[in-house]
Design a protein around this ligand. Structure first.
Ligand code: GLU
Length: 293
């Protein structure tokens, strides 16, 4: 279990520059910043831009502008994930050497066709906590010869974690320390609910799960404070940390700010965007009040 002196605490806000920051991001950023200040700890900003098709320098600039306007300050240089693909590749190589990842050749379209055909019957295909279908087991069952043959034929592939094998490697149940409810609780982690998660794609050398755990460790993050939408993902993060021998942070999953339709805010929703609210004449104290701080 993690054990830190408050003054050694390191917090981070880790947005992706693929849209405008909204009130949900403001809550996350404020909480990380305020908790770091209260404890005399550090506050880091990390730019999670591994998706090179959706992330842009303009959105990154807007993140800095919005956060500065909100009155936050952070340490520099800022870690930008797109500059550290080597670190994620090394982590993937280690998992490959441990025999815990496999090349996955099914395209998204092929998975969809399979799921649709299956669901035409009585039963639903199993889904992960985000509602995506679990990856079929065809590629996990292949032997090494078949895998090598398909790779030699240059068939595009991703790399997936064999979660069952990985859990067997760990050999005991996983958990994490959660403080999101206001007191410290031990939560049992069940990574199997995600199926064999993707760790690298043919068009992106790292996935969110892999880069987030590598970076949290490299940056010495002791407290991960983020929205409840990432609560279930923590099970995968704990598994990867265990496999890679990385330290365990404390997790604090905070409430989400919901839109008027009761749904999670999205980055395309202009009216709750920080920039739009600024242009409407609101001041940072208004934003703090609106997000309930
Ligand atoms: N980059 C993620 C997001 O923008 C947050 C990752 C995290 O806090 O672990 O939703």
């Amino acid at each position: 279990m993690p054990n830190f002196q408050p003054e050694n605490a390191v917090y981070r806000f880790a947005p992706s520059p693929n849209g405008f920051l909204h009130l949900g991001h403001a809550l996350s950023a404020f909480l990380n910043h305020d908790m770091a200040k209260e404890n005399g700890g550090r506050f880091l900003l990390r730019i999670e831009d591994i998706d090179r098709t959706r992330c842009t320098p303009q959105f990154e600039e807007m993140i800095y502008r919005d956060l500065r306007w909100l009155g936050l300050d952070w340490e520099t240089p800022v870690r930008r994930q797109s500059e550290h693909f080597d670190a994620y590749r090394d982590a993937l190589d280690r998992l490959r050497d441990m025999g815990l990842v496999y090349p996955a050749f099914l395209t998204r379209g092929e998975v969809k066709t399979r799921v649709t055909a299956y669901e035409a019957g009585e039963e639903n295909w199993p889904r992960d906590p985000d509602g995506s279908p679990l990856y079929p087991d065809d590629d996990r069952r292949r032997n090494e010869l078949e895998r090598a043959d398909l790779i030699a034929k240059d068939i595009r592939h991703a790399w997936r974690l064999d979660v069952t094998k990985a859990m067997a490697w760990v050999g005991k149940p996983l958990s994490w320390r959660e403080t999101g409810t206001g007191h410290s609780e031990t939560i049992t982690a069940d990574p199997a609910i995600w199926g064999d998660v993707i760790l690298s794609r043919s068009d992106a050398p790292s996935s969110y799960h892999l880069s987030v755990v590598v970076d949290d460790a490299l940056q010495g993050i002791t407290h991960v404070v983020r929205g409840k939408d990432l609560y279930a993902a923590t099970a995968i993060h704990r598994l990867l940390q265990k496999l890679l021998g990385l330290p365990e942070p404390v997790y604090h999953h905070h409430r989400l700010i919901l839109g008027s339709d009761g749904r999670k805010l999205s980055k395309s929703e202009g009216s709750t965007g920080i920039a739009a609210l600024r242009e409407d004449g609101l001041v940072p104290a208004d934003i703090r009040r609106i997000v309930g701080l």
